[in-house]
Write a protein that binds this ligand. Structure first.
Ligand SMILES: [Zn+2]
Length: 116
């Protein structure tokens, strides 16, 4: 899962580096209002924690798919090939999907308003 904010000026999607899995973690990590400099238009703006969204990390799912494929090759002569290759990316997807959902569904109580 990755956390992103869409730039208020140019709409560019900026992902941020954090280990937070929900908005209150994100608040603890970066503060309630987070200053983001857009990678495209270089505008610095403050965004409230609740404005950030989570999305699936496609790279991770692709990697899981690749690993699943390699495992398939390795275990080709055993019978459970299809199980491994399909299960791994599916599990990664499932875990990511549920963390994305829980991040986006939970908002913190707003105390500070972000300035536009
Ligand atoms: Zn921008």
């Amino acid at each position: 899962m990755s956390i992103y904010i869409d730039c208020k000026r140019c709409n560019e999607r900026n992902t941020i580096r954090t280990n937070a899995t929900n908005r209150s973690d994100l608040e603890r990590d970066k503060g309630e209002v987070i200053q983001i400099r857009c990678k495209k238009c270089s505008t610095s703006k403050e965004y409230h924690v609740n404005e950030f969204q989570a999305q699936l990390n496609r790279n991770l799912i692709l990697i899981a798919g690749a690993v699943g494929f390699l495992l398939t090759l390795l275990f080709w002569r055993f019978g459970f090939v299809a199980v491994i290759s399909f299960t791994l990316p599916a599990i990664v997807y499932q875990v990511q999907y549920s963390s994305v959902r829980s991040f986006n569904n939970y908002k913190i109580k707003e105390i500070v308003k972000a300035k536009d």
